[in-house]
Write a protein that binds this ligand. Structure first.
Ligand SMILES: C[S@@+](CC[C@H](N)C(=O)[O-])C[C@H]1O[C@@H](n2cnc3c(N)ncnc32)[C@H](O)[C@@H]1O
Length: 198
């Protein structure tokens, strides 16, 4: 059903994760989809756009957005350079049926995380779905990522994140632990599927 294209050295199996496919096919998520931190659009944006879904992917990095628009010129209008909190604040209430963010919210300074999740709740439709990953432990630091661009991160623990989303009103529907071997080491990613209440 889904087409995969290896355009760069990224994890092509990200869009094969069962919880991602469940979120994408879920009846509550049949309208406009937003991705926060879409990077170069592979493989998540490509998977969503190739089945004709209404999708907007935003990323802070002009280099990533430029690469996304060059790799997928047919979908260039679906990619926007924007900061995630600003973008959410400037979006209308209840405008997305699904929001996804993978490995990206941890790059927003954690002092803004509660505000961001509150905004996500506001811009999701009632019963709309959020798919997100949480790091297991709280951490912060700096390094480089794709194309040697500088990268900073600061996150809360999984436990704190779960408690916070519950307090904000999100309903946890499902979790999935994605386990991969990376450079000979086991790497685990916890994905969580949340629903906005009616
Ligand atoms: C580690 S990458 C993950 C990219 C992709 N979601 C994936 O899973 O491969 C984090 C991405 O988040 C973007 N990013 C970091 N802070 C951001 C912010 N405040 N607003 C929007 N994008 C941001 C970065 O430019 C980068 O493309």
């Amino acid at each position: 059903m889904y087409k995969f294209l290896k355009t760069e050295n990224k994890d092509a199996t990200q869009s094969e994760i069962p919880l991602f496919l469940h979120w994408l096919d879920h009846p509550n998520n049949s309208k406009h989809i937003l991705e926060l931190g879409c990077a170069t659009g592979f493989p998540i944006a490509e998977t969503i756009l190739s089945i004709g879904r209404d999708y907007t992917g935003i990323d802070l990095s002009s280099e990533h957005i430029e690469m996304a628009t060059k790799t997928f010129p047919q979908w260039k209008d679906h990619f926007k350079e924007a900061e995630m909190l600003d973008f959410c604040k400037n979006s209308d209430s209840e405008s997305f049926s699904g929001i996804i963010s993978m490995f990206s919210i941890r790059h927003l300074p954690r002092i803004h995380h509660v505000e961001l999740f509150n905004e996500i709740l506001r811009i999701l439709e009632p019963r709309g779905l959020l798919l997100v990953d949480f790091p297991q432990y709280s951490e912060d630091g700096r390094g480089t990522w794709f194309a040697n661009l500088p990268m900073y991160w600061s996150s809360f623990s999984e436990e704190w994140s779960r408690l916070t989303l519950k307090e904000l009103g999100f309903e946890l529907l499902e979790t999935y632990e994605d386990v991969k071997i990376f450079n000979g080491e086991e790497e685990k990613t916890l994905l969580l599927l949340y629903r906005k209440p009616e």
